[in-house]
Design a protein around this ligand. Sequence first.
Ligand SMILES: Cc1cc2nc3c(=O)[nH]c(=O)nc-3n(C[C@H](O)[C@H](O)[C@H](O)COP(=O)(O)OP(=O)(O)OC[C@H]3O[C@@H](n4cnc5c(N)ncnc54)[C@H](O)[C@@H]3O)c2cc1C
Length: 295
Amino acid sequence: MTVLTGSRSGARVERLPLARYTTLGVGGEAEVWFVENHAQLAEAMEQPYRVLGGGSNLVIADEGVPERVIRLAGPLAERDLEPDAALSTPDEVVTGWVGGGVPLPGLIRQLQRLGLSGLEGTVGIPAQVGGAVWMNAGTRYGEMFDGLHTIEIATPQGVRQVTPADLHWGYRDSGIPRGHVVTRVRLKLRRAAPDEVLARMDFADHARRGQPKMKTPGCAFKNPGGVSAGKLIDEAGLKGTRVGNALIAPEHANFIVNLGGATAADVHALLDVIRARVTVPMELEYELWPDRGPA
Ligand SMILES: Cc1cc2nc3c(=O)[nH]c(=O)nc-3n(C[C@H](O)[C@H](O)[C@H](O)COP(=O)(O)OP(=O)(O)OC[C@H]3O[C@@H](n4cnc5c(N)ncnc54)[C@H](O)[C@@H]3O)c2cc1C
């Protein structure tokens, strides 16, 4: 680990292996900027950068990336769930600020305990709040935009606060341009009995029972034209195919898992095998760092 100096704003800057910050557990080194406030973020954005959330949708090259990698930390990874008295009503709660760097799974469990309903459909998504908002992550039981009141967005030009109505959001898309950073949000939730929220979480979680529990970046491909990508890969006879230490999960063919020590090259080789054997064109669900052109 190398601690780098030279940040005027006091941001901690280190050269680190990104594998540590992805759910797949692969990815080479980059200069990581841990930013705790807007001044540090503004400085980090002065050079080419990428924004890293929970790393749950990423396949990062073994060589790492040349850009700065921004990770929200400190107060930008903290939450204030106290109802805002001026904005809340007996039925509806508008919370204080929740940092974009807050891990979503823990937040969802905390909201359940507090009897606050609206985001429980996103249970099981291993994202950070900022990444989940940026993609409007969700399931058939609910998505991030079901529970947002205000979104704070930082760009190299400055910081602004918007409401969902200001954005052209839709299915798995917030309408927020790439590179604009979701720094904090305020949530808008309904008061409900904790048991009721828990029951809805259990219901949504049940749909995941076939998914592998190993290191993975989630689904590899989008379902082409409503057909299940997993079914197409399975029908091509590819379940259980292994390259190096990456495997097409026997439980669910649309998941590639890291058996331990897999490289990004192993994962790309498996993706190439799938593309060669499945004749229907399928769009990748993962985001690749650095970006690669079409195979
Ligand atoms: C086991 C598993 C299950 C999953 N299930 C689902 C599911 O049911 N539904 C679903 O929608 N997704 C699912 N995913 C995919 C993934 O969790 C989502 O795509 C999630 O939104 C990624 O968020 P992240 O914070 O991990 O972002 P990252 O993977 O770190 O980054 C993804 C993109 O978001 C951008 N980003 C990250 N943080 C910010 C920020 N603060 N501001 C602006 N941009 C940012 C990054 O620059 C990058 O472009 C699953 C993944 C796994 C591993």
